[in-house]
Design a protein around this ligand. Structure first.
Ligand SMILES: [Zn+2]
Length: 146
């Protein structure tokens, strides 16, 4: 399973995924590459984003950062989690009877094994570096202000 070592970047990934779900009604990233300086997430999509959409997405993530949402870990029985959450990306057999679900305020909930910040205020300003589209995949590259 994938190792995460950048709690700020990785928690920003959760916020970006939820913002994509809310703004565009598509799924969370199916693939991501998280590093300290810059990261990228890939989404199933039909086109590139317009500059207005990029700005709206960036604003949505930054609103969640500024709201200083608490990030907490919740061990949920699997059948309950299956009803509430999209478990599509969960590896087969992961988590056993209880799943570790990460809740970011009331904004996002997602099963995850990675390390997270305690509050979204620790993430700092979120910037989209660029977006690109090819073969049904929208790639979003982003960074955080130090
Ligand atoms: Zn996570």
């Amino acid at each position: 399973m994938k190792e995460y070592t950048e709690p700020r970047m990785h928690t920003a990934e959760h916020l970006l995924n939820q913002a994509m779900v809310r703004l565009f009604g598509r799924g969370r990233a199916f693939s991501s590459h998280i590093e300290r300086k810059k990261s990228k997430c890939d989404y199933r999509f039909s086109r590139d984003l317009t500059p207005e959409e990029r700005a709206a997405l960036e604003a949505a993530v930054n609103a969640a950062v500024r709201a200083a949402l608490p990030v907490r870990e919740d061990l949920m029985p699997r059948e309950l989690a299956e009803k509430e959450l999209d478990l599509g990306r969960l590896p087969e057999g992961a988590g056993g009877e209880k799943l570790r679900v990460i809740r970011i305020g009331d904004y996002d909930a997602c099963p995850c094994i990675g390390p997270h910040v305690a509050s979204t205020s620790e993430i700092g300003a979120f910037r989209i570096i660029s977006t690109g589209y090819a073969d049904g995949v929208l790639r979003i590259r982003f960074k955080l202000d130090d």
